[in-house]
Design a binder for this molecule. Structure first.
Ligand code: ADP
Ligand code: MG
Length: 621
């Protein structure tokens, strides 16, 4: 391997040459404390920056094993190291010429702790001594240019001075803030643990007392600084847990079934639901919502008029459309509010009503992959837990907010039933299906609904938000329902209806564009270019990180190449993709080491495929 000194000499020799000559530096270099790997060199100073890696061996990074000895801890530590590198790179790197010259950057991230391909733990093989961990960190570098020619001296400074300083400050345990690092890891472990307790205690969500739910602004996901009303559970819904690290905590447990969140406008209903939506992910300490946890299969449902729908059986909700359009295999390129909301629900059920075993174990439920030693508590118990979860059929939990729902999909009151006869109204409103969903399929719903009391009849739990404080008003709502009968005729029938499975036609997913076989590109968290198609994911609320969308784009290509055969159903295909990622990591999604992927859920992968306007399917017979 080439040394640091020869890289330095090489860069100085490249000074003033044409930018393309940088291509020569691709390769591995032996620095005194780590290996520097140049995987890809950008073609010009304004193009996407070059891709680099450092590998810091265990004897140098010296990360104590207790910080990564379980899967949830390892994911949290990798996330911490990514943030640590980012901080140091921001401090040390500086602009050094035109375009992206001088930039040293790691993937972008927000408040969520996600499994990321930006950082990996390198395990040492020394079995006789206490194990230490090393780090592989992936980042990008804007190789410096003056105009279009190489700035060799600046490049040598960046690569041979800045990078070693960043590595030393951010990846060597001795230089880290040990208390902060431990808190990061322990917070995530507690949240994972809490999420695992939900199913066993019959809950679908848990909001810890003391949480800060509101955000700084609509565009700033950090906690509100001043005047935030701290969350306190109503006494009747209070549940206690003894977390592995934090010890005893209490909070509001939302039981399985149908839960209504009511209250006046601007009293904090949507803020509570948003926290619950994001409770499927772990969060950094200090977020305010780090101990709000939700069933990992919770899916936000909303109206999304304008989206395309490919052959979804929305007949449980919608029938007898004008012009005799088929709703058992409903196709549209421009859905209405109600048809889009119906499709969103059926699609979540289609891909979600399955076994969440290995395929879902991506750090969201803290399972231990085999071969890793469990944390204290004994191997036997841990293994039993895995087996149990693999057998469990986890059904989605639907989260609906009146702010983003279609009114005619949600309710149809007595007077309207009188005026417009049932045979003139294609929609069976959600209110008449929500109970059947729970009884037939075990699908719980949490619903924000300040505008209609009709739902009192079907709700199991009613929470009122008043001045940002939660109250249990279930009894009161039930009394009102008894005393003020609405005489509504239920329209839902005895059963919810069938949830059908669709088989995607492989040719309808085409990632190619022009001469390129695969061309996918993402913008932020809501736009994905797939071949020549644009997929709008702006309404998919639980894609929270652009890295997730990048991984989803790659997973769509992978799914197409590996598993779409015109026979497998969409949910079978997604099962296989998720299982592969679980076995071999997200790197299988990319031909070269990608530092910009973040882990996603099966629901969001399905959401992207379902919104592809060219998608075409056949119904599974
Ligand atoms: P609703 O859905 O009931 O109309 P929102 O949840 O949209 O109300 O909240 C209205 C406003 O109040 C938002 O600006 C939100 O940030 C703020 N808010 C929500 N919860 C709290 C809280 N606990 N403390 C302080 N402000 C809050
Ligand atoms: Mg609201």
């Amino acid at each position: 391997m080439t040394t640091q000194e020869s890289l330095q000499r090489h860069l100085l020799q490249l000074d003033n040459r044409s930018y393309k000559a940088y291509k020569d530096i691709q390769g591995s270099y032996d620095f005194s404390e780590f290996t520097l790997i140049v995987d890809y060199v950008q073609g010009d100073p304004f193009a996407a920056p070059s891709k680099f890696r450092v590998r810091v061996p265990p004897n140098i990074a010296q990360i104590p094993r207790e910080l990564f000895h379980s899967r949830s801890r390892e994911i949290a530590l990798r996330d911490y190291l990514t943030r640590s590198f980012d901080k140091a790179a921001y401090k040390i790197s500086s602009k050094r010429g035109t375009g992206k010259s001088g930039l040293i950057a790691v993937t972008r991230f927000g408040q969520e702790v996600l499994e990321r391909t930006s950082a990996f733990i390198i395990f040492s093989n020394t079995s006789d001594r206490e194990d230490l961990g090393g780090v592989e960190l992936r980042f990008t570098v804007g190789l410096p240019a003056g105009g279009r020619s190489i700035l060799g001296r600046q490049a040598a400074e960046m690569l041979c001075e800045d990078i070693p300083r960043i590595v030393s400050q951010s990846l060597k345990y001795a230089n880290l803030n040990a208390a902060e690092c431990r808190r990061h890891v322990e917070t995530v472990e507690d949240a994972e643990w809490l999420r695992e307790q939900l199913a066993e205690t019959g809950l679908v969500a848990f909001v810890t007392d003391g949480s800060i739910l509101p955000r700084r602004t609509g565009a700033d996901d950090r906690p509100l600084l001043h005047d935030a009303v701290v969350f306190q559970s109503p006494p009747s819904l209070k549940v206690e847990f003894n977390c592995p690290n934090r010890g005893l905590i209490s909070g509001m447990g939302i039981p399985a079934g149908i839960t209504l969140i009511v209250g006046g406008g601007y009293h904090g209903k949507s803020t509570l639901l948003r926290a619950i939506e994001l409770g499927v992910y772990n969060r950094i300490p200090g977020d305010g919502r780090e101990f709000v946890v939700t069933n990992p299969a919770a899916v936000k449902i909303r109206a999304e008029d304008g989206r395309s729908v490919a052959g979804v059986d929305i007949s449980p909700f919608i029938n007898h459309l004008p012009q005799a359009r088929d709703t058992a295999q409903f196709y549209t390129t421009n859905a209405s509010g109600s048809t889009s909301q119906a499709a969103n629900i059926i699609e979540a059920l289609e891909v979600g009503g399955r076994k969440f075993g290995k395929g879902f174990c991506n750090g969201f439920n803290g399972c231990q992959p085999e071969g890793r030693s469990p944390r204290e508590g004994g191997r036997g118990k841990e293994e039993e837990g895995i087996r149990k979860r693999e057998e469990d059929l986890i059904m989605p939990v639907l989260l609906v907010d009146e702010d983003t729902a279609a009114t005619n999909f949600m309710i149809r009151d007595r007077r309207m039933q009188e005026l417009i006869a049932k045979d003139r109204e294609p929609i069976t409103p959600f209110i008449d299906k929500v109970k059947q969903l729970y009884i037939d399929y075990g699908v719980s719903t949490i619903l924000v609904m300040g505008g209609s009391g009709d739902y009192f009849d079907v709700a199991d739990t009613v929470i009122s938000m008043d001045n940002f404080q939660a109250y249990d008003v279930t009894e009161k709502a039930k009394d009102i329902a008894k005393n003020y009968s609405i005489n509504r005729a239920s329209e839902g029938g005895k059963n919810f209806g069938n949830i059908s499975q669709r088989v995607p036609i492989p040719a309808s997913l085409d990632p190619s564009r022009g001469r390129r076989d695969v061309r996918v590109k993402v913008r932020d968290v809501d736009e994905l270019a797939f071949g020549t198609e644009e997929i709008d994911l702006g309404a998919v609320a639980q894609i929270v990180d652009s890295g997730q969308l990048r991984a989803i784009a790659a997973a769509m290509v992978y799914a197409k190449q590996q598993y779409m055969d015109g026979k497998r159903t969409l949910s079978e295909i997604i099962d296989l993709v998720m299982a592969d990622i679980d076995d071999r990591g997200m790197d299988i999604l990319s031909p070269f080491p990608e530092g910009d992927f973040a882990m996603f859920r099966r629901f969001e992968l399905a959401a992207a495929i379902n919104r592809l306007r060219t998608l075409s399917v056949v119904a599974k017979m």
